[in-house]
Design a protein around this ligand. Sequence first.
Ligand SMILES: [Fe+2]
Length: 246
Amino acid sequence: MNKLSSSYKNLVDIHCHVLPDIDDGPQDWQQSLEMARVARDNGINTVVTTPHWIQGTSWQPNYKTILEKTDKLNELLSSEKINLKVLPGMEVGISENLVDLLNSGEILTLANSNYVLIEIPFMSLPFGLEEIIFEIISAGYIPLLAHPERNRDLHANPARILDLIERGALTQITTGSLCGDWGENAKDCSMKFANMDAIFSVASDGHSSSSRPPEMLTGLKVLESLIGEDKVLEILTNSEKIITKN
Ligand SMILES: [Fe+2]
């Protein structure tokens, strides 16, 4: 267990690439299990697995494959006595017919909730993002923006996140950003979001057991130094709400 952990237990990691051979996460079941051990040893007890789904690329996993691999990983975790639960999800790139794909079930929400994890690119914000947010909300879903603190447009104008939140989007900040893992701009931006009360949830965005591990405690302590433990606990509760809202 990480020495920094105190109050942060039974964490829910709502953005993690833990399924094997499906995107740029682990390549086999052994690597997935190693990631699971790292998650468990760092206070995480539930992971929503979020393989990339990006239209027009080779990363367009069939939802059935995700459900099957999630079931198999849970079986392996049980037989290996790793106390971790994995729930299905996706990290979805912006696409024109997103709502149709959600309604047809081809795109998975987070843990069968109405929250959709939307990948925010590193360069410019997608054209028409405001309209896309409106369409998603109108269809009864909640857009959860993945790692907006890593986006160049928001580095230049962090307060723009408040407009997106006003329109009904929520945010997921990657804990490593708060530690500087994604550079100074992402660190500054995530800290500004914290001070603007613009962080709805945090997650590891883990991809491996070593270079991008499913670990949140270090970033949570940085967040705690900015906004206090009570507020951090409130943010963690939001992830719990996502996985229990079905
Ligand atoms: Fe991701």
